[in-house]
Ligand binder design. Structure first.
Ligand code: HEC
Length: 185
């Protein structure tokens, strides 16, 4: 398959610039942000941990690491995000919670107030996997990667999981709010 991440990085960089540039319209710290935190991952107990999970390190998921080049401009190589602008993936209760919720967020985007590790963000993330075409395999790889990196302990995700969530959310045309994500199983 052709290596497509370069144009995507450019696209993401433009989007990041746009987000930063329009900070006046969308306050990153969100005065109106309501605390929204996810519930427990009810599926986690019966699922295996993501492959190669090591505390604070990268994993044996080279494809996931490659796909993460789409995300790195905002969420950063150490998964720490950027204070007040891009939320962290490292230690995020969303990333470590329900896998379906993470898939839905990445596939359709996220908008509005969201609390991650006790900090409120209020911005928007574009849809990957619908707006930015990503295959089921790529989505499975990247979500598995972020759920297994930087000390995260989320279960692995398969292309079959992606396909199931794609079908369940097929009618969705706008990014999810944190409240909607929270209501998902
Ligand atoms: C252009 C910047 C940008 C890129 C690129 C990006 N995100 Fe995000 N992401 C955000 C923002 C901003 C939010 C918070 C949205 C809000 O405030 O509602 C977010 C939220 C999230 C969340 C939920 C909150 C959290 O921190 O746990 C996850 C999970 C996530 N992104 C994963 C990804 C993955 C995986 C990729 C790559 C496929 C990616 N993001 C690419 C900006 C980005």
């Amino acid at each position: 398959m052709p290596y497509r991440s370069r144009p995507t990085i450019l696209l993401a960089a433009v989007a990041a610039g746009a987000l930063l540039a329009c900070g006046g319209d969308t306050p990153a710290t969100g005065k109106n942000a309501t605390a929204v935190a996810p519930g427990p991952d009810t599926g986690a107990v019966s699922r295996p941990l993501a492959v190669g999970n090591v505390a604070g390190g990268t994993v044996g998921n080279a494809a996931g690491a490659a796909a993460f080049t789409r995300c790195v401009v905002c969420h950063q190589a150490d998964g720490g995000g950027l204070p007040n602008v891009f939320p962290p993936l490292a230690g995020s209760e969303w990333v470590n919670g329900s896998a379906d919720r993470v898939l839905a967020a990445v596939m359709h985007g996220v908008t509005g107030p969201i609390t991650v590790k006790g900090t409120a963000f209020n911005s928007a993330m574009m849809p990957y996997g619908t707006g930015v075409p990503m295959t089921d395999q790529e989505l499975a790889d990247v979500v598995t990667y972020v759920r297994a990196s930087w000390g995260n302990r989320g279960s692995a995700v398969t292309p079959a999981d992606v396909e199931r969530v794609r079908r369940a959310t097929a009618s969705r045309t706008t990014p999810y709010t944190a409240t909607e994500l929270q209501a998902m199983p």
